[in-house]
Design a protein around this ligand. Structure first.
Ligand code: NAP
Length: 535
């Protein structure tokens, strides 16, 4: 049987794959998307856990490239829920007539580069083989879910779900005894949502995070009209901030203002929507230890005010890292949940989990029985999705081997030795460190131009030079020097206690800010794809 061949294959039909497909089709190129799930939407197709929603403003998360979509789509809340976001992405797919170019239920097991033919051969888990000239990975940065390595996970006889694989059919939670393991952005949303809907909720916390209020609310008609009339300014503002959000740092330094003024400012940002509390701060609060400690204490006092039991409050206050050096979960009534009689906090540092039993969870002091266990235990982030596909490059080198001690890339978009493979939304690019849609739009636009350039000039091969790759990776490593975030263990810095070897710092993300990254990309193009070899 002849192999199915496409000029371009995109793996993944999430936010990134959808836009890439649209752009490639616009060039009249033969392309298909291979998606493991049964529908488009990526992370928003999967994460159906209770409470799942944006924490970037809805109107900054939508695509900016199509005025009609912007005007036709109404966001109902400042921070949309998972189901609304999924509906939005499905709307985009229908509107741009993309579904016919997507193949669902296609799990890619391996992709091997043919050095002679300059093509990639993909093998799917159903045995099907496809070939392509250009391989685009849009496989997500948080798409390789990890269960905790705790003995007995398989033995549990009740219902158990990792949040990423939450079932499509409704789960009846009413009257149930529920355990949640994990207190990252996901766990915090689940806990807040379930607290008043279940009989008993027991939270197993290893390390607390600094959480702050989301301040969500409905978008009324007038605001809707205002948003639609000001999309240009909204996207301009996002384009100007390091994180690609509406929120950018205050130009002042911490000690340029009086204590009174500072406290007033912090009250204001604590009561503002979204990431203002994190990213709208004085410019040195996330960079300098001294100001960071003072701000962390301000937030700690907010937690103390919100949690009635002082002992519980102290357990919920991070002691091992300062505010904002890990991803800040935004919440609605998270801390208030712990004031309820049916919500219990188990600090697993005091009483470690010994095992999951058929009936529940056994810690060093007691066994508790549950009807449902929720694993909000996160992801083998950023590189995990790459590790789960066997990418074999020039000379038979496996990407997982090359990246064993952490990723090495050029601009986060290509890896030397893996020609014609564009790693959109991969490690060391800007998409993992900023508001995802605007960041991927920049990456997709660049990749589209590149493919256009290759077609026009009859190039069949593009590869990053090892020198350019080494330079970029060195630059990423240097940017971590002294950054507060390197002092903490989280997926930002490549740690995951549930994955072998992920127990040391990995240089996963670009810290230079989205505007600088975009300038670098533009300059590379202007200089004839500097750092790449075209043949
Ligand atoms: P996460 O931040 O990595 O949190 C995983 C949690 O599980 C942590 O609290 C971790 O504890 C705990 N954990 C893992 N293994 C454990 C074990 N063996 N025993 C006990 N506890 C264990 O993952 P996440 O919450 O899924 O969030 C990942 C990212 O997804 C977020 O940072 C965010 O970027 C994104 N997200 C976004 C939204 C949104 O836009 N609204 C919502 C949810 C998630 P330790 O901290 O001690 O490791």
């Amino acid at each position: 049987m002849a192999q199915e061949h496409h000029e371009v294959i995109i793996i993944g039909a999430g936010v990134c794959g959808i836009y890439m497909l649209h752009r490639i089709l616009g060039m009249g190129v033969d392309v298909t998307v291979l998606e493991a799930a049964e529908g488009p939407g990526g992370t928003w197709f999967r994460n159906r856990y209770p409470g799942a929603r944006f924490d970037s403003e809805s109107y900054t998360y939508g695509y900016s490239f199509n005025e009609e979509i912007l005007q036709e789509w109404d966001w109902s809340e400042h921070f949309a829920s998972q189901s609304e976001t999924l509906s939005y992405l499905e709307f985009v797919v229908e509107k741009l007539d993309l579904r016919g170019h997507m193949q669902f239920g296609c799990k890619v097991d391996s992709a091997r580069f043919d050095d002679e033919a300059n093509t990639w051969t993909l093998v799917l888990s159903d045995g099907r083989e496809l070939t392509t000239g250009i391989l685009v990975t849009a496989i997500g940065m948080l798409s390789a879910a990890t269960l905790p390595r705790i003995e007995g996970v398989e033995d549990y006889e009740g219902q158990a779900f990792h949040t990423y694989y939450w079932p499509h059919e409704p789960v009846d939670m009413a009257g149930k005894r529920v355990a949640v393991i994990g207190t990252g952005a996901t766990g915090v949303q689940v806990i807040s949502e379930l607290a008043d809907k279940v009989a008993e909720l027991t939270v197993y916390q290893r390390r607390p995070n600094w959480c702050a209020p989301l301040h969500n609310g409905p978008i009324d008609e007038d605001t809707q009209a205002e948003i639609k009339a000001s999309y240009d300014e909204i996207f301009e503002r996002c384009a100007a901030t390091p994180g690609g959000f509406l929120h950018g740092p205050d130009r002042r330094a911490f000690d340029e203002v009086s204590e009174e003024e500072r406290l007033e400012f912090w009250e204001k940002i604590y009561n503002s929507r979204g990431f203002e509390v994190w990213l709208g701060n004085f410019r040195d609060v996330l960079v300098e230890t001294g100001p960071n400690e003072v701000y962390s204490e301000f937030i700690a006092n907010k937690i103390r005010e919100r949690v009635h039991d002082p002992e519980t409050a102290e357990k919920l206050i991070p002691k091992d890292h300062g505010f904002g050096t890990r991803r800040v979960p935004l919440e609605t009534n998270y801390y208030e949940a712990y004031n309820r009689d049916n919500v219990h906090l188990v600090d697993v540092n005091e009483t470690p989990i010994e095992r999951i039993t058929p009936g529940g969870i056994k810690t060093s002091d007691q066994e508790r029985e549950f009807d449902i266990i929720v694993y909000a235990t996160g992801f083998d982030a950023i590189t995990g999705a790459f590790d789960r596909i066997e990418f074999v490059g020039v000379g038979g080198q496996k990407l997982a081997d090359k990246w064993r001690d952490g990723p090495i890339t050029y601009m986060g978009l290509q890896v030397a030795g893996y020609p014609n493979m564009l790693t959109l939304a991969g490690p060391q690019g800007a998409s993992v460190s900023s508001n995802f849609p605007p960041a991927i739009e920049a990456g997709v636009n660049w990749a589209t131009e590149l493919i256009q350039f290759m077609r026009e000039n009859h190039y069949s091969r593009i590869e990053a030079t090892p020198e350019a790759e080494a330079g970029w990776t060195r630059e990423i490593m240097d940017s971590y020097e002294g950054a507060l975030l390197t002092q903490t263990k989280s997926w930002f810095t490549g740690y995951n206690s549930n994955v072998d070897g992920h127990d040391k710092l990995r240089y996963m993300i670009y810290l230079g800010g989205a505007p600088t990254y975009r300038e670098r990309l533009a300059s590379i193009t202007e200089h004839g794809y500097e750092g790449f070899r075209l043949a």
